[in-house]
Design a protein around this ligand. Structure first.
Ligand SMILES: NC(=O)c1ccc[n+]([C@@H]2O[C@H](COP(=O)([O-])OP(=O)(O)OC[C@H]3O[C@@H](n4cnc5c(N)ncnc54)[C@H](OP(=O)(O)O)[C@@H]3O)[C@@H](O)[C@H]2O)c1
Length: 268
């Protein structure tokens, strides 16, 4: 590495799984480039990582729902003389109000933040990684991407399915280049996600504790998988059982299952 420590760019690093991934990577000696909209939590995290792990953590504030944000982010990184050796596409959110009751602007934002931004950032950063013979791309998808789409958060599952398939294609295309690509498919994870979409109370009462995982554990499993060059990883036994069921059941039965899920959450 010639004295240059490798740096990992993490989107959505101000909270939840992204912040946990930042801690996981810092613990392994990687420098970090942290991005999200909220500067305060990013700064606090950067200071913590520098203090506890002696790594460098730089911050770039960006709203990935803005068209052109991925290009501007990569330019900002270059202007500061930084280099992203790895990329974690993690930023995300959902709306649970149903397709027609959701503001079309929110639909556009979901697609930009969780689909367009990962595609654009991968396209911008992969050539450098391949040229240098080393790279890591971890796409935070979801168990929802492995199940039939649920009612209520209509676009969320399809967006995450896209990310899983795109990761698989990239995994194939990067074989032998030193670049690893993985889709991480967490189930219910303790983060700010369900506070942001306003479903905390419903999901907490509808789903028992054993269905939930800590963000730290999800992050560790995700990073271990990308180091091992696995195209996809689903953390936790229960989530793997659900993912397998989702793939095996005939459509009508699977839709009944996710329909029940949506009803329990008051989304149908
Ligand atoms: N929690 C779960 O149960 C669960 C399960 C499966 C998959 N996931 C996935 O895990 C990923 C991380 O979510 P989380 O659970 O850690 O949720 P979280 O705690 O709410 O964190 C979401 C992160 O995304 C960032 N973000 C949201 N909108 C953004 C925007 N427009 N521009 C830039 N950054 C934005 C947020 O930062 P700012 O608000 O500061 O911008 C925050 O750092 C998401 O892709 C989510 O779909 C979560």
């Amino acid at each position: 590495m010639g004295g240059h420590r490798r740096a990992i760019l993490i989107t959505g690093a101000s909270a939840g799984i992204g912040a946990a991934l930042a801690r996981e990577c810092a613990g392994r000696g990687y420098d970090l480039i942290l991005t999200a909209r909220r500067e305060g939590p990013l700064q606090a995290l950067a200071q913590e990582l520098a203090r506890q792990h002696g790594v460098t953590a730089d911050i770039v504030v960006a709203d990935l729902a803005e068209p052109g944000a991925p290009v501007a982010l990569v330019e900002a990184i270059a202007v500061r003389g930084l280099r992203a050796d790895g990329l974690i596409n993690n930023a995300g959110f959902s709306r649970t109000t149903g397709f027609l009751a959701t503001d079309p602007a929110d639909h556009a934002s979901m697609i930009r933040v969780m689909l367009t931004a990962p595609v654009e950032l991968s396209r911008l950063l992969l050539p450098g990684m391949i040229e240098r013979g080393w790279g890591r791309v971890l796409n935070v998808a979801s168990l929802a991407g492995q199940m039939p789409a649920t009612g209520g958060d209509t676009l969320y599952g399809p967006i995450k399915s896209f990310l899983i398939k795109a990761s698989q294609g990239l995994w194939l295309e990067t074989q032998g280049t030193g670049v690893h690509v993985t889709a991480l498919c967490p189930g219910y994870t303790y983060t700010e996600f369900h506070d942001v979409n306003g479903s905390r109370e419903q999901v907490s009462s509808a789903y028992p504790k054993w269905m939930w995982m800590d963000a730290d554990r999800v992050a560790r499993i995700g990073w271990e998988a990308v180091e091992a060059n696995r195209p996809r990883v689903t953390p936790g036994v229960a989530n793997n059982v659900l993912a397998a069921l989702g793939g095996l059941l005939p459509d009508a039965l699977a839709l009944k299952m996710v329909g029940g899920h949506a009803k329990r959450l008051d989304r149908l």
